[in-house]
Design a binder for this molecule. Structure first.
Ligand SMILES: C[S@@+](CC[C@H](N)C(=O)[O-])C[C@H]1O[C@@H](n2cnc3c(N)ncnc32)[C@H](O)[C@@H]1O
Length: 266
């Protein structure tokens, strides 16, 4: 979406010029990140968006970075009601509450890439499951998924989303700390999908014992490009061969989210 166009005429030209180029839409919610000088025009800009985008029913302004274990930001509601919405992605529906649960609509293609590799009867381990956007497509491919999520609100919505998407019988949901998974789980998994929150990369060593030899780990990490060769070597020392890696989004100047497909060779 082009924010400058959608907000045209709703604030002085100098304010419009200072706006970021785009904004995300999650379900029926437009998510803005207004610079300080545009805050006074927030409601007018929201009215402009509602007039131009008929599928947008609420407009939120993100007033903090994602923070804390739950990885949620703080928002002010500029138009519409509340922070609950239903997002549609590749035919699946995700109910979520932006104030309570993490959701990144920009990872849709990456989630599709991972889900397309899942074959029926696989056992998939899914720590940091959130409201289910990786877990549910994997279960819909026929896998049995064990989802671990610390935030009770996200667990509750994951349960509801599993039901809405008709895969409730294929997802076991554990409201707990992923770093305890060695104590909680007895099974050995064919695949792990690990959307690691910032600073929690040590989860890789925690989950290695419960992934079978020949199993695949889809691991996400925040790094500078120059760190990648060293990382591949670190993974090799852990018995993991990097089958593929790709950048999926910038998170700070010079720092990107990287997706690794790691094959457990020993
Ligand atoms: C980056 S979000 C990913 C959520 C989801 N997989 C998605 O893609 O939308 C990380 C999730 O991990 C959860 N989380 C953070 N620390 C955790 C922990 N130690 N154990 C289990 N879940 C945790 C957060 O509540 C959040 O839902």
């Amino acid at each position: 979406m082009t924010l400058k166009e959608d907000a045209g005429g709703c604030a002085p030209d100098a304010v419009i010029a200072a706006l970021p180029d785009g904004y995300d839409v999650i379900g029926d919610a437009a998510i803005l990140a207004l610079p300080q000088e545009a805050r006074a025009y927030g409601e007018a800009i929201a009215t402009g968006i509602l007039a131009r985008r008929s599928h947008v029913k609420k407009v939120l302004n993100k007033v903090s970075m994602v923070e804390g274990d739950r990885r949620v930001a703080r928002y002010e509601v500029l138009a519409g009601e509340g922070t609950v919405t239903v997002h549609r992605e590749h035919g699946f529906f995700y109910r979520l509450d932006l104030r309570e649960t993490f959701f990144n609509p920009r990872l849709g293609e990456e989630r599709q890439r991972v889900a397309s590799q899942v074959t029926g009867r696989e056992r998939v381990l899914m720590p940091f499951a959130g409201v289910g956007p990786f877990a549910i497509p994997a279960a819909a491919r026929g896998a049995t998924v064990t989802a671990i999520e610390k935030n009770p609100a996200a667990c509750h919505l994951l349960m509801e989303n599993a039901r809405i998407n008709k895969v409730r019988d294929r997802i076991a949901i554990i409201n707990g700390d992923a770093f305890d998974l060695g104590r909680m789980l007895k099974a050995v998994y064919d695949r792990a999908i690990v959307p690691t929150p910032y600073g929690m990369d040590s989860i890789l060593e925690t989950l290695l014992p419960v992934v079978k030899e020949g199993g695949l780990i889809h691991f996400y990490t925040f790094r500078k490009k120059a760190q990648i060769p060293g990382l591949i070597e670190e993974y090799r020392k852990l018995g993991l061969e990097t089958v593929l890696y790709r950048r999926c989004g910038n998170v700070a100047p010079g720092v990107s989210r990287w997706s690794f497909d790691l094959l457990k060779i020993r």
